[in-house]
Design a protein around this ligand. Structure first.
Ligand SMILES: NC(=O)c1ccc[n+]([C@@H]2O[C@H](COP(=O)([O-])OP(=O)(O)OC[C@H]3O[C@@H](n4cnc5c(N)ncnc54)[C@H](OP(=O)(O)O)[C@@H]3O)[C@@H](O)[C@H]2O)c1
Length: 503
């Protein structure tokens, strides 16, 4: 196979393309046929022998790949040959095949294309962990991102905006800042030409920023922490400038702020369940177009050294990707195309129930519509039964005469929880899993009762698989975006993400 090898520690131009043997793999590893490899900051450090891990020479750099599993170690049970995956290999990704520990490999949906997949883990994984688990960003808080046009920085801009923050992006050129704006930054600062502290003061009306997301370190750290609002959080993410800042501790005292170290790799290792949950959310947002990487350029394996050089020269905005091999994009469709496709968002032409062989099949179907149920009529008898069962005898539900005088349309209305409780019986029409012991309702997220359901109305449910979470005990948590529609009305009765536990 071909690999771009580092034979002696040095710069990008010292790498050379060689024909080498297919890597051997251990019992706990899988062999991946690489389709694409993300280019990341540590790759340049690794080839110079300056990173915390020093691979044995010769080796190929490239720490984050997407591809297909072609062989399995004897102890690997969670994957099969042919699975589409992304993986954190550390190095070895600038090659046609790479061996990776199975616990650093993640399955990806069919709809996710190779380029998108190869740019997902490192940037979004780091920034989401920092903003969610460590900073606990709240809606309306101000997030300052240093190195905002870099891979991790731009992902932080996008995610912070998505989390409801006000984002100030800082970078060294107008071109970079324009991209930050396009990704959602509310304000921009060119820290090469403008006074960082003064600009923050101006933009926040002297209040300061709540969160600092620092991927650069060096000279920008002190003016940033001096511009911190009370109870702020300084996220120490990286030192791309090459200088680890020495901060006077009195600033943390005076600002009442926390200085928080971010080490995403350790988080993924020590808190795999939380990390997996983050990744599932990120993949889902990418597939539905709620996040979209800025791909700076796609390089061939033959030109992968240029990708490292461009990154080193601070030319890359967002993500650089190396495409390995001459494949046509065999992912079903890219996320941007998908989000425009009708069948993803509504249930026309879906034959119900949608049948799955077992619960593991669900993961490949995130984003899939389960279609629509038949119409179901809400009778007064059903409303009364609900009142009797729950001892909730509010007159709006059961007093037919009073309703005639006082309620719009002269009709009683179903209890909101009655409508909600029908979700489980609707599921039987929409989804069938052949090999399954139990399918229980487990909870709801983001439930909203939108329109009242009058007696005699016909209602039905539409649903779409929004997320699938594999639990450490082998059970599966299924998240379905559900909407209960009322015949003849535009606004639904009820919308929610319904959570079920499958075992
Ligand atoms: N803590 C963690 O878990 C974790 C995870 C991932 C990455 N990181 C670290 O985060 C940092 C950024 O990673 P990244 O992938 O976003 O890198 P990147 O894509 O290369 O972006 C780094 C940004 O830093 C700025 N920069 C300032 N001085 C620089 C210099 N001398 N050389 C290169 N860039 C410089 C550049 O923006 P301007 O030109 O606009 O200044 C550049 O866009 C790295 O130190 C990386 O090791 C940490």
């Amino acid at each position: 196979m071909k690999a771009l090898l580092c034979q002696n520690f040095g710069n990008a131009q010292s790498l050379s393309l060689k024909e080498v043997a297919t890597p051997s793999f251990a019992d706990n590893q899988v062999l991946i046929s690489v389709k694409a490899c993300g280019v990341n900051f540590p790759d340049n450090l690794i080839i110079q022998g300056k990173y915390q891990f020093k691979p044995v020479l010769p080796f190929a750099p490239g720490g984050e790949v997407s591809g297909v599993i072609t062989a399995l170690g004897s102890k690997v049970t969670q994957f099969k040959i042919g699975d589409r995956v992304l993986a954190l290999c550390g190095w070895g990704g600038f090659a046609e095949q790479v061996a990776v520990e199975a616990n650093r490999v993640f399955p990806i949906p069919d709809k996710m294309d190779w380029i998108m997949a190869a740019g997902t883990l490192y940037n979004y994984g780091t920034s989401y962990y920092a903003l969610k688990q460590k900073a606990d960003v709240k809606i309306g808080e101000t997030v300052l991102v240093l190195g905002a046009a870099g891979g991790v920085g731009l992902a932080a801009v996008e995610l912070a905006k998505k989390m409801g923050a006000i984002v100030i992006a800082c970078a060294s050129s107008e071109e970079k800042l324009e991209i930050c704006k396009a990704k959602g930054a509310d304000f921009i600062i060119n820290y090469k030409t403008e006074d960082l502290k003064e600009q923050i003061k101006k933009l926040t009306a002297n209040k300061g920023v709540d969160i600092i997301f620092d991927t650069v370190g060096g000279e920008f750290a002190e003016p940033s922490i001096r511009s911190m609002a009370w109870n702020g959080r300084y996220l120490v993410v990286g030192f791309a400038s090459g200088t680890i800042p020495q901060l006077p501790f009195n600033l943390a005292l005076l600002k009442g702020c926390s200085v928080i170290g971010i080490f995403w790799g350790s988080f993924a290792e020590k808190e795999p369940v939380e990390s997996y949950k983050n990744m599932t959310e990120i993949v889902q947002w990418l597939l539905t177009g709620k996040l979209k990487q800025h791909i700076f350029k796609i390089y061939s394996l033959e030109n992968a050294a240029d990708a490292l050089q461009d990154l080193n020269d601070q030319k890359v905005i967002g993500k650089a990707i190396v495409k390995v091999g001459n494949w046509e994009d065999d992912a079903i469709v890219s996320a941007s195309t998908l989000s425009n496709k009708k069948q993803i968002t509504d249930g026309d032409n879906v034959e119900s129930p949608v049948v799955f062989k077992d619960k593991t099949e669900l993961k490949k179907n995130i984003g899939r519509s389960l279609g629509k149920t038949d119409w179901f009529t809400i009778s007064q008898e059903r409303i009364n039964q609900f009142a009797e069962a729950t001892l909730d005898y509010q007159w709006v539900h059961i007093d037919v005469e009073k309703a005639q005088s006082f309620l719009p349309g002269g009709k009683t209305i179903a209890h909101g929880y009655l409508t909600m409780s029908l979700a489980s019986q609707f599921f039987y029409q929409l989804i069938s899993i052949e090999k399954l012991n139990s399918f229980i309702n487990y909870g709801v997220n983001k439930a909203r009762f939108i329109s009242p359901v009058q007696v005699g109305s016909e209602i039905r449910m539409t649903a779409q698989i929004s997320e699938v979470e594999e639990m450490p005990n082998g059970n599966v948590k299924l998240f379905l975006n559900c909407s209960i529609e009322i015949k003849g009305q535009e606004k639904p009765a009820y919308v929610a993400e319904v959570i079920s536990m499958l075992f």
